[in-house]
Design a protein around this ligand. Structure first.
Ligand code: SF4
Length: 373
């Protein structure tokens, strides 16, 4: 297949299945995403995901980098749809928000319960319970509420008001062009997400400022819509067009392109028991060969392997260890997939047990933040 037809097959869909055969196809005119790598020498303390190329693209990140380097005000904004516990995908976004907060950004973290209702038909009562767990995880990972704002879409009047106002700035044809044919509730939830992204720039939250939205690449349609709305409403609100960084989607344990809350076998959560996590990793798809003999001779393929992604995206702290795994162990056939999984299970269980122990201290604080009696 030609690279042209690969570009045509590429699809970014925040409400469904995205198709990305080659991340480089997203650079350039059609998708308008720029490579992130050139920024690396200009960032004094790049995050692990930046150094390893997991964050691979951006829109207008230079605005935020300038503010970071000049110690000027900027914001970071992202969130979670409370339709399930934290898994590796949502963990990655949370870590990116915390990273920018630690670099001096005012952090906004949205619990997208309107989207959970519109996309997953989850009642607000149901999503409240999940939100409590999500916020507990966020605090345990290091989010500092003293320099940030955690809120639920359904309770945040400014966000809902912005969505109403933005409704005049977009036609049905535009929504269809960006999101495809959807029910009206999803279009409404997209307008609310535009409100989320621009909330840090309202005068009640300190006024216009560079804002970075770190997300998985499948969320880019929301950025396209919001940047367009920021331009249309710039006279009234003086919005600065929001910036974004994009991480690659972590492969699901069954080898499919993305972990999905709709398929519990495609991921493990931070709340699952060690036995379940161990079982899920043991049964995961790998890039190994059909026999030990072939693997020793030809090596395995880390590029299709979710186990490799887990090391790369999260569980190996040192970059050298990732390089060694890839080149000297996996691709050279020196390591078999069973051994590789056992090693990962040990690291993951240590992380999860530690996280579960620490999160007990944060449940009451999360309840207070969400005003849950
Ligand atoms: S050796 Fe490890 S990284 Fe390589 S394919 Fe097997 S499980 Fe994946």
């Amino acid at each position: 297949m030609s690279s042209d037809s690969n570009v045509k097959r590429t699809k970014l869909d925040p409400f469904g299945t995205s198709i990305i055969e080659n991340y480089e196809n997203l650079y350039g005119k059609e998708f308008g995403i720029q490579p992130f790598k050139p920024f690396l020498p200009k960032i004094s303390n790049p995050a692990q995901s930046m150094r390893r190329g997991v964050i691979f693209g951006h829109r207008n990140f230079e605005n935020v980098l300038k503010a970071m380097n000049e110690k000027k005000e900027f914001a970071v904004m992202s969130g979670i749809k409370p339709s399930g516990e934290f898994h590796l995908g949502t963990l990655m976004t949370a870590c990116e928000v915390i990273y920018f907060q630690q670099q001096g950004g005012i952090a906004f973290y949205c619990i997208a319960d309107v989207e959970a209702y519109e996309d997953n038909n989850l009642s607000f009562d149901e999503s409240e319970k999940i939100a409590l767990s999500n916020v507990t995880d966020l605090l345990t990972l290091g989010f500092d509420p003293k320099h940030g704002y955690i809120y639920r879409q359904s309770k945040e009047e400014h966000v809902k008001n912005l969505a109403i106002i933005f409704g005049r700035g977009v036609t049905l044809a535009t929504m269809k062009a960006i999101y495809g044919e959807r029910h009206m509730g999803l279009y409404l939830s997209a307008l609310i997400q535009a409100g989320d992204i621009l909330l840090p720039q309202l005068k009640e939250f300190g006024g216009p400022k560079p804002t970075v939205v770190p997300v998985g690449i499948d969320q880019d349609p929301h950025l396209r819509l919001t940047r367009d709305l920021a331009f249309k409403f710039r006279k009234k609100y003086k919005f600065i067009s929001p910036s974004s960084t994009y991480h690659k989607l972590i492969k699901a344990l069954d080898g499919s392109p993305k972990m999905s809350k709709r398929n519990p076998l495609s991921y493990f959560t931070l709340e699952e028991t060690p036995e379940i996590i161990e079982k899920k990793i043991s049964r995961a798809f790998t890039g190994g060969r059909p026999s030990e003999k072939e693997q020793r001779k030809f090596g395995a393929n880390p590029d299709i392997c979710p186990i490799y992604d887990l090391y790369l995206y999260q569980f190996y702290e040192k970059d050298e260890d990732v390089i060694k795994l890839r080149n000297e162990e996996c691709m050279s056939g020196n390591l078999l997939c069973g051994e590789c999984k056992l090693r990962l299970i040990k690291i993951v269980l240590k992380f999860v047990k530690n996280h579960q122990r620490k999160r007990l201290r944060n449940i009451d604080y999360a309840r207070e933040i969400l005003s849950i009696a």
